[in-house]
Design a protein around this ligand. Sequence first.
Ligand code: UDX
Length: 491
Amino acid sequence: MSLVANPGRSRVPDSSSKGEVMSSSTTHAVPEKPRLTVIGTGYLGATHAVAMASLGYEVLGLDVDQAKVDRLASGDVPFFEPGLPELLREVMDSGRLRFTTSFDEAAEFGDVHFICVGTPQAHGSHAANLTYVESAFTELAARITRPALLVGKSTVPVGTAARLIGLVRAAAQDPELIDLAWNPEFLREGYAVQDTLRPDRLVFGVTTAWAEKMLRAAFAPILEVGTPLVIADLPTAELVKVAANSFLATKISYINAMAEVCEATGADVNVLASALAYDDRIGGRFLKPGLGFGGGCLPKDIRAFAHRAEELGVGQAVAFLHEVDSINNRRRRRTVDLVRELADGDLKGVRVAALGAAFKPNSDDIRDAPALDVADMLRAEGADVIVYDPQAMDNARRDYPQLTYAPTFAECVKGAQVVVLLTEWQKFRDADPEMMGELVERKAMVDGRHALDADAYRAAGWEYRALGRPAQPRTVQLVEDAKDQVMVAAT
Ligand code: UDX
């Protein structure tokens, strides 16, 4: 059972019928400003640690990777995230944030421990790899000698928290000192700082009143400004995250499925999407057609969710997620088709400028990046592909050494016979089609992200193609009918 609650009006759900409860007698004190640890300092953990310290908490960040800890401790963020380096340096100067590799130090320091380690897709399976989560919980539990709340923030298959309770209990010196909660995180890369400091909601999965009070104390400044709070049991809190990401992925694949229908009928998916977006019930966000979704969350989360549902015997309930994944992957192949079409049917030896490598703009993350997948498929067909990205070059070079990279945007497009836009960085959106036209050998553009002004490109002499849009621009005539109403007729 769960309920939406305003701060100050919630109650702990009745979890007695739900099985596992960490402790029935957690009546420890609640510090006004609990000391926090953050276990795992990747995108999620580093941002969470910095944001909580900026809100005035004493925070200790822990990672098993000494190099990462050293970089963070010297005020350097090991990945690209706008606004985070400035905030990190500010809180390091304040002395409220420190980093360590020692679980002993973390157990000694913290009242509330946020576990933010990764749950990547397991090798050879769609399941999530939970090794890091299990090890973080048990390493900590084994060392705890004072009342502590262990809070999972990692994205996990539903039922994980209940299983962790058993593992924590077995590992702990005194299980009565420890309680466990789940607090899913919804931050978007590129907006991680603002999403952490001003989330659209907080979700607390708890089984005791003490856990709820501790979380309220740990998030007091965020709750005080009226952030909606949902109190839930543990499985519901775990599900919120995968259900949200599955919905977003489905919405993107829905409009991309419509793009396929548009391609077969000569309709225009861009116009279709904007008409759908006017309906408040549908809304325009995450309805942007194009090359589809990638990144460290959406693809792996929908696969892990489908896998878990099958384990639970409810695979059919989310069988559509397999289709969502297939639609998404088809967009990548269709982008290659469009480039091939512009190359007169054969990619061998054709110079292709691939603009973008990151899975989305304002990020250097290349996990499951549609851009690099497309660039590599083009290379495999014999194209002479050259890639440029404003931030993700180092990561791309490391994981895709078989591709060729240009040092600048201009170098990338120079001499290109086809240009394909794969990640919609502002720099690419702002490019002048006239000036770019001077650099290329042939003015042929595939806009994989519907990010460019098709009319401006065509006016500058480019052949412009985008997924789900007609190859030729349509002339649109305004026709007045008998009642003086305006109809739009495409010719
Ligand atoms: C996502 C969720 O949004 C976030 O709440 C969760 O915590 C982590 O996963 P993120 O992976 O940072 O965040 O990226 P997001 O902004 O959601 O974009 C995901 C992918 O979808 C990108 O590849 C993006 O290009 C694509 N996308 C997004 C579309 O193709 N069309 C859209 O309309 C929106």
